[in-house]
Design a protein around this ligand. Sequence first.
Ligand code: ZN
Length: 210
Amino acid sequence: MTENEIKELFLKTNAFLEGHFLLSSGLHSPYYIQCAKVLQYPFYAEKLCKALIKKIKSHDIDIDVVIGPALGAVIVSYECAYQASKAYSKHIRGIFAERDKQDNDKLKLRRGFEIKPGEKVLVVEDVITTGKSTRETIDLVKVYGGNIVAVASLIDRRPEKLDYFVDNNKDKYPFFTLWKLEIPTYQPENCPLCKEGLPLVKPGSRSIIK
Ligand SMILES: [Zn+2]
């Protein structure tokens, strides 16, 4: 899939909105991404994850288990594990890490999920912005002795266009994405969209704020 085909898919499912948005950070932006809107269609989730796995397999990277942080990456982990199981003709597990409110919101494996020492682990995300939860997921995999073979996300919003991902210990992993997307953000007082007089929308509510 080309980046344009990906963008078309996100546009037609309203997973990618163009306009004038108030982000939860208080900043304004001309774009808004909500991956769940495209992933709610299993055929599209399949298409996207199949394309991502194809890229990874073309680099001769083997996988035993796929993991992503809940909630955003649950569907991506499941569907990537399914597509990888078909592509590699073997059982590949799709699991997820969850935050523990009782323990400083730390990411943990629950529900009996486990990673065996030496297992080849693919860490996935729907969107990587700062990469914070991805790095936390990597830390968790390392606790179990998993061997992280690659990091992948449907969308890469990191400002630097990198084909690798660096974890908290400065270890580097091959990185794969379908869409490198820079989303500009503005302080309200310097927002060019405000200056143009475009109505400001709070994503999710679809209500015009001003
Ligand atoms: Zn604005």
